[in-house]
Ligand binder design. Structure first.
Ligand code: P61
Length: 459
């Protein structure tokens, strides 16, 4: 057995990356309004902004791209994808979409009315924004362990099922058009949801006649965590685990940019035929004809092949071990992270990294800037900039419990040496953390603020 995770692939194509000088980074950061979304990718050395759409595709996927059938209706790649999605999820119907949020938009357009609530363990920001855009209320019901960044539990993505049931009784099932679970829980540290919790969430929702959808973009990583951490599934093939996860739900939204290993793509799947008919109408208005849904035939083919590769057990074992490696090295250096490591990312625990900066001074955003300045690394804030909101009654700002900086690891892209460099930069920064000062807003839009907000350093 190797001590460290060995890549189950070799590298056939490379893309050069270039380190920048600190002086260059100081200038770029100021020009970008202290928001790393506004920095050019070329000016980033190690890009851990997201694992979404940033995967390296395989030779098999690139070969599939050449077999793209670009017919407007009924291209062969659609049928290949349909067979794949049915084999993995078991859902009766699906439509392709250009990415995950398009699937969310279409699902909520067909289900959510103003004033209704959509409970979940934790909505990711696009899901939350798409519920809000329909006048709905996104409600998070993560179990308490999921909010403690230091407690070691195997399934910190679990939803609090008792809270869910009480909420349904209080709100009335007629005001809840659907319930969801995000697997793995991206906003809460990439933590998995247990099979028992998926089953129990489905049971509670169904008892009240409420449909249940999975936000499935990291379903394969979640399935492999179940295999590793739930002894009942230690010998179950991961495909079977995934199928069981989907079997408790009535449908799913999927950003294929994650576990389906493509640069663009997504889908919305469901069992209900009547819903599917309405979804097709909405899809044709917003995305395209149901056999391509906003994608090219070649994209559908890459997605079909990527879905299978994303379920490969050797790949998944490597994938989770690679992320775990970064987490272990950071812990060795005494750097505070959310524990245990997530599947797709390691999350720096900002409240312990920068305890001298209050949430009103945006410590997570501050830390993303400091990491860039120190070593050209780009992470993403998952904290007050992404999630704080003004309480409509008191007018006061409500800050999220977790203030995190996510270092998301693109799939099949960076080696262990790249991760070692990340650790060195984090260590250097941690040593001088007391010198770091907070930020304030210069500009902030209403929805999905963090993409385009601008900041300035506090004096
Ligand atoms: C990410 F900074 N995630 O994690 P789409 N559900 C879940 C996601 O993680 C997700 C989507 C739905 C991204 C991209 C991203 O503010 C940000 O294909 C659990 O991106 O539309 C996406 O899938 C939406 C990064 C999204 C962000 C929003 O990095």
């Amino acid at each position: 057995m190797a001590k460290f995770p060995v890549e189950p692939f070799k590298i056939k194509v490379v893309e050069p990356i270039r380190p920048t000088t600190r002086a260059e980074r100081v200038e770029k950061l100021s020009q970008a309004g202290y928001n790393l979304f506004a920095i050019r990718a070329e000016d980033v050395y190690i890009d851990l902004l997201t694992d979404s759409g940033t995967s390296a595709m395989s030779d098999n996927q690139w070969a599939g791209i050449m077999l793209g059938d670009e017919a407007y209706a009924g291209c062969r790649n659609f049928f290949n994808l349909e067979e794949t999605i049915q084999a993995i999820t078991g859902f009766n119907y699906f439509v392709p979409t250009h990415q995950g949020r398009a699937a969310e938009n279409i699902l909520f357009a067909c289900t959510v009315s103003a004033g209704q609530s959509v409970p979940s363990n934790m909505h990711f920001d696009t899901t939350q924004a798409n519920v809000l855009a329909r006048g709905g209320h996104p409600v998070n019901m993560i179990a308490d362990v999921g909010l403690d960044p230091q407690i070691h539990k195997p399934f910190k993505g679990d939803l609090d099922v008792e809270k869910l049931e009480a909420f349904i009784q209080e709100t009335g099932p007629e005001n809840i058009p659907l319930g969801m679970l995000t697997v793995t829980n991206n906003s809460g540290g990439g933590q998995p949801v247990s099979m028992a919790n998926i089953r129990a969430t489905g049971e509670v929702l169904h008892r009240y006649g409420i449909p249940f959808f999975l936000d499935a973009c990291r379903y394969a990583e979640n399935a492999y965590f179940i295999k590793l951490r739930d002894p009942d599934y230690a010998n179950t093939p991961v495909l079977e685990i995934a199928r069981e996860m989907f079997s408790y739900a009535d449908g799913c939204t999927m950003s294929a940019k994650k576990d389906a290993l493509v640069n663009i793509g997504g889908f919305l799947a469901m069992n209900d035929e009547e819903l599917y008919q309405r979804v097709c109408q909405e899809l044709i208005v917003r995305e395209g004809f149901p056999t391509y849904g906003g994608l090219a035939g070649r994209d559908l083919e890459a997605m079909a092949r990527g879905l299978w590769e994303g379920l490969d057990e050797r790949y998944l074992a490597y994938r989770l071990a690679h992320t775990q490696y970064l987490a272990d090295r950071l812990l060795e250096e005494g750097i505070p992270i959310l524990e245990p490591a997530g599947g797709h990312a390691v999350y720096l625990d900002v409240k312990r990294f920068l305890p001298h900066i209050p949430q009103s001074e945006l410590p997570g955003q501050t830390l993303t800037c400091a990491l860039y300045l120190e070593g050209g690394i780009r992470g993403v804030e998952i904290g007050s900039v992404m999630f704080a909101y003004e309480d409509p009654e008191s007018g006061e700002t409500v800050y999220p419990d977790l203030e995190l900086v996510r270092l998301a690891i693109p799939r099949r892209v960076y080696t262990q040496a790249h991760l070692d460099y990340v650790v060195e930069v984090c260590r250097a920064l941690y040593e001088k953390r007391e010198e770091i000062r907070g930020l304030r807003y210069v500009f902030a839009p209403r929805l999905l603020r963090h993409f385009t907000a601008r900041f300035e350093p506090l004096p």
